[in-house]
Design a protein around this ligand. Sequence first.
Ligand SMILES: [Zn+2]
Length: 500
Amino acid sequence: MKNSAVRLTFLGGVNEVGGNKILLEDFNYNVKILLDFGINIKDYNDQYDRNEVPNSIKELVKLGLLPEAEKLAIINLYTDYHVKKNQDSNDLETNLDGIFVSHPHKDHFFGLSFVNRNIPIYTGVFTKKIISAYYKCSKTSIINNYGGLNWKLFRTGDILDIKGLEIIPVHVDHSIPAAYGFIIKTSGGIVVYTGDFRMHGPLAAMTQDFLNEIKNTLKILHQQENKRGEIQKPRETKVKLLICEGTHIHKGAIESENNVEQNLEQLFTKHPFDFLLVKFDRLDWDRFRTFSSIAQKFRWKFIITEKDAYFYYLLNKDEIHESMKNPNIIADDHILILTQGTVKYRWQEKIRQAIYKEEKGHRLIKYNEIKELDSGFFFYITSLRKDVIEKLNPNFRGAFISSSVDPYTEEFIDNNRTLSRFFRKIGIPSYRVHASGHAMPHHLINFIQSVNPEYLIPVHSDQPHFFKTFFKNSKIKVMIPNKNDRFELKSGIVNGSGVF
Ligand SMILES: [Zn+2]
């Protein structure tokens, strides 16, 4: 048997929600890859105000928001690529073989803004589209710098080969589209990384596909090992290490996207409001669809800003994702688009042109027209829009519906509490209608039992000790690393500098 040696270094996402960065090194294949390269958004917000940007990448490293490449023996991890347009990178060669991005939430991909442009970025076809749409809708700066990246795109069904190391990406259900888990066939055994996932969403079958593919990979490996005669007595082939997300290992709510729709309908049959301010994560397509279909059903309007409209328009345009054609920014007449002044940016020009081209100009509304809106509209707000609220008809009654992804930050959006507090002052009550993007405790336990790995490392959780409790009488060995801890997978034993 080969002398396997695989090392995993947990650079972020351990004992915390978000900021996942895991360095995987397989010394037999001479491969070094990163699984996700996120930044913990809460830590970032503690350092920088909303309109402030870091001075340099060095500063982010110094603050511990990005890892120190030298300590990891990664050569030229960061870029010198300038944020000005059309500037080619002069980045030197690197020894990092790739960064695998599980899904387009900032706490998993934010670090890409700072990396060497020669590093291959492996991600889903649509994951890249979303990151690009996000990039195009905001001002380019050191923290929004996703140009010139070396994308390598995959779909479910592909098998990626990095110098002999095979990686199988499989779609999973999460609060945004284009989320993947990875099955990695290292020389030290199979490593599975879930990314973020759930089992109670509309696309729960995709998470089941991931589980099926794990089982299938094990079956094939088992047959191969038997054929080669490496196993005298046939034995079970197991996943060596499962790196599993655990955001909600400590709490659950019996909820689903269907419930969100039913609960909203229930509110609609009796409510006395003229308008509803709504907040959800812009990337949460399921939630957008839910609100849009409620608006349509009750003949309400759904108002979004032209920036949001451009973002959705970019994603609508794609041919491959049927599920993202509805709602449709151009075709759906119940969606009104709030325009801001004369055209200043290219994206403004683009979205207005697209609307005029289809003779839908009547759906563009100006700020001073907000007051004249008839009763019966949703106003989609991602952040505190005092400018909008001041312009609403003062005789209207309204409420705020908080429906964002989760109470912690996966993106840069206002805290629900800050919003509720503000609305309370001006006489707007708050409701919460929600379904989480993360698996509930019983789903996580069932999933882990089904995979039945030798070792389990929870990530994306600030309550990892729950995993220890749940599996204390099981053969599954749970390890809880601290930041920067290393683990080695070596001929069947795992050594680490961690706490176990
Ligand atoms: Zn996520």
